[in-house]
Design a protein around this ligand. Structure first.
Ligand code: IMP
Ligand code: MG
Length: 192
């Protein structure tokens, strides 16, 4: 199936507008730059979050440093395996640093929870999570999300970095690969 024919759930235009709003909320929470000059660190969860993180980082009008972590729980299926593998760790220490973890989607919550536990052990100054998408109806692990782009119904989505078995990441819009029933319309979330 060609990705371009899949139904659009969230258009590129809506994504762009929402990412800008999220950036404003992040800027507000970060407050003025620290006196010791240490910039906040964006930690991007590879691979799915890389488009979102690239757009969000450029919208945040503050110095940022950026690092990457790779987590995988999915093989080639659309259901989580329930195991989270951290296959690439951070390159730089985060002790005393304000960390913004950037994820593409929070589904069961297992991935974000596992990563947050690992990061907290390293004693960052603060740790906040920004996710573009959230599927609250699928949550198994409770996770605190500081910034959520859109809450979506229980369907499998691709595009804007999200893949299925390595495909469809480069679609500009977020599209539905596998619907699950009627579902609620997608809701933009107020950041908090
Ligand atoms: P969780 O651990 O169940 O919260 O799953 C989070 C990870 O599963 C995300 O980082 C994605 O890589 C993947 N994932 C969950 N739902 C989707 C989806 O609808 N499309 C693509 N990837 C998804
Ligand atoms: Mg992911």
């Amino acid at each position: 199936m060609t990705g371009q024919t899949l139904p659009i759930l969230i258009s590129q235009k809506r994504i762009r507008a929402r990412v800008a709003e999220m950036a404003r909320a992040v800027e507000e929470d970060l407050g003025p730059p620290r006196e010791d000059g240490a910039p906040p660190r964006m930690v991007v969860v590879l691979k799915g979050a890389f488009f979102f993180a690239a757009d969000l980082a450029r919208e945040i009008r503050r110095d940022l440093s950026i690092d990457f972590i790779h987590a995988d729980s999915y093989g080639g299926s659309t259901e989580s395996s329930g195991r989270v593998l951290l296959s690439k760790d951070l390159d730089h220490d985060i002790a005393g640093v304000d960390v913004l973890l950037v994820e593409d989607i929070v589904d069961t919550g297992l991935t974000v929870r596992t990563i947050c536990e690992r990061l907290r052990q390293r004693e960052p100054r603060s740790l906040r999570v920004a996710t573009l998408l959230s599927k609250p109806s699928r949550r198994v692990e409770q996770v605190e999300l500081s910034y959520t782009g859109f809450e979506i119904p229980d369907c499998f989505v691709v595009g804007y970095g999200l893949d299925h078995a390595g495909r469809y990441r480069n679609l500009a819009d977020i599209r539905v690969l596998e619907p699950s029933g009627a579902g609620d319309p997608v809701q933009p979330q107020r950041s908090g």
